[in-house]
Design a protein around this ligand. Structure first.
Ligand code: PA5
Length: 436
């Protein structure tokens, strides 16, 4: 049973029910194309079965490796970019203490590298690693991506100098293709512990493979519960094949219609919890790389409220009307913080004293949703009971499934990313990379 709810009732002031019904056949075909694995890019649908194929041996191998890295490290650096990075970061930041470096908590801090070529970022990271015990997890499916390869070369050398070549081996884990790529060769030559990214799973759909699971387990979170949440969502989505009964079909069709028929070109995924900022980043990559091709698709953007109500809020309320908004609503906070009663009430806040901060946050969310609807911004709500492993697992599978349907509604291949090559070609030419 899933705990995620999707609500779209307010959408009917932007689209009429007939327009939605007229697209049921198209939606049914897109859903069937995903489930029957008959569409463009169908050799990359392995993610559909990841939660089902997860077994106790696989889970134990990941946990053993994670515990070993955790036991020997204050810090574990995850080196990767795009799908080889964002899923792990999204889940870890959602679940960990918001001030983890200050509170410790028994597990290592997970830091990230290889997602930029910033010299100052790398220098700062090396400053930290000088003073801490650390391990490295290097992730690249192709094994040839330049940004993580540069970071790994630098950090590998640092690690070998600090611990000696032989001991460094025990501190490096590679996650890559089963047989191809420079990283696979390096890992085999050096004898690193290695995990495989299945051929049939693309980077941005790989969070439930070792790509996401190992770093998440290192950070001390329950990967079994995460995958179980995804499994619940999988069963629900595969068992319900109509618009009325399937929340991913609802989301995929309605956002597609707002784009195709109502000129809503941008979707803001909004959260009222700062710890979901990287979940928003993960969504941006998932939808941006999956749908954005052939000069089509919604531009996936994001915002964290209340923060962005005091920056983007003005634009959302009154700027160009090409926006739609999808809100991740979290019903319960994990902790309670009372707002104190103040005799003088100089700030005029005593009227809030009986409410929890979370109730005030949810009220801000409701008030904002109504304001944005009045301002002409259609609004969806995805609600979860709380931020935990199970609800994140549900959300991950929900968004992946919706995205695959969305790609087929647009008639694009949701599983390739040909456009990413363009910047690389120029960069390599300008850098004078030797031809092979
Ligand atoms: O979703 C994708 O496939 C991409 O974002 C890749 O994950 C990203 O380009 C990194 O590729 P690789 O894992 O091959 O280094």
């Amino acid at each position: 049973m899933i705990n995620t709810q999707f609500s779209y009732s307010e959408i009917f002031s932007f689209i009429n029910e007939e327009e939605v019904k007229n697209n049921f056949v198209k939606l049914g075909n897109a859903y069937k194309t995903v489930c029957d694995r008959t569409g463009k890019g169908n050799d990359f649908l392995g993610w559909l079965d990841l939660p089902k194929d997860y077994d106790a041996n696989f889970s134990q191998r990941i946990k053993n490796c994670a515990d070993k890295l955790a036991a020997q490290s204050d810090v574990v650096v995850v080196i990767g970019i795009g799908g080889s990075y964002l899923g792990a970061r999204a889940v870890i930041e959602a679940l960990q203490h918001p001030f983890k470096p200050f509170v410790g908590g028994g597990r290592p801090s997970v830091l990230f590298a290889g997602n930029s070529i910033s010299e100052d970022y790398m220098h700062g990271l090396l400053d930290v690693l000088e003073k801490k015990d650390y391990s490295l997890i290097v992730i690249s499916k192709s094994g040839t991506t330049t940004e993580p390869a540069i970071a790994f070369r630098i950090l590998k050398e640092h690690c070998e100098k600090k611990y000696g070549k032989s001991a460094a081996k025990d501190r490096i884990v590679a996650i890559t293709d089963a047989s191809r790529g420079a990283l696979k060769k390096l890992a085999t030559d050096e004898g690193y512990d290695t995990f495989v990214i299945p051929d049939s799973v693309g980077g941005r759909y790989s969070v439930l493979t070792p790509v996401g699971l190992l770093p998440i387990a290192v950070a001390g979170f329950d990967i079994d519960k995460l995958v179980h949440g995804a499994m619940e969502m999988r069963e629900y989505l595969l068992q319900n094949n109509t618009f009325e009964t399937n929340i991913a079909m609802q989301y995929a069709l309605l956002r597609y219609l707002l784009y195709a028929e109502k000129n809503k070109r941008i979707e803001l995924l909004v959260a009222y919890e700062p710890c979901l900022a990287y979940f928003v980043e993960w969504y941006k990559q998932l939808f941006g790389e999956s749908e954005g091709k052939e000069h089509k698709a919604i531009f996936p953007a994001g915002a964290i409220f209340s923060t962005d109500l005091h920056s983007l809020g003005q634009y959302i309320q009154e700027g160009e009307r090409h926006l739609m908004e999808t809100v991740i609503s979290v019903k319960n906070a994990k902790n309670k913080v009372a707002i104190p009663y103040d005799e003088k009430d100089a700030d005029g806040l005593n009227y809030l004293q009986k409410m929890s901060m979370n109730e005030i946050n949810l009220t801000a969310e409701k008030g904002t949703r109504l304001a944005h609807l009045d301002g002409g911004v259609p609004n969806f709500q995805i609600s979860i009971p709380a931020i935990n492993e199970a609800s994140l697992g549900e959300l991950i599978y929900f968004f992946e499934f919706s995205c695959a349907i969305g790609g087929y509604l647009l008639d694009v291949n949701p599983f390739n990313q040909p456009g990413v090559e363009a910047y690389k070609k120029n960069m390599f030419r300008l850098l004078g990379k030797p031809e092979k």
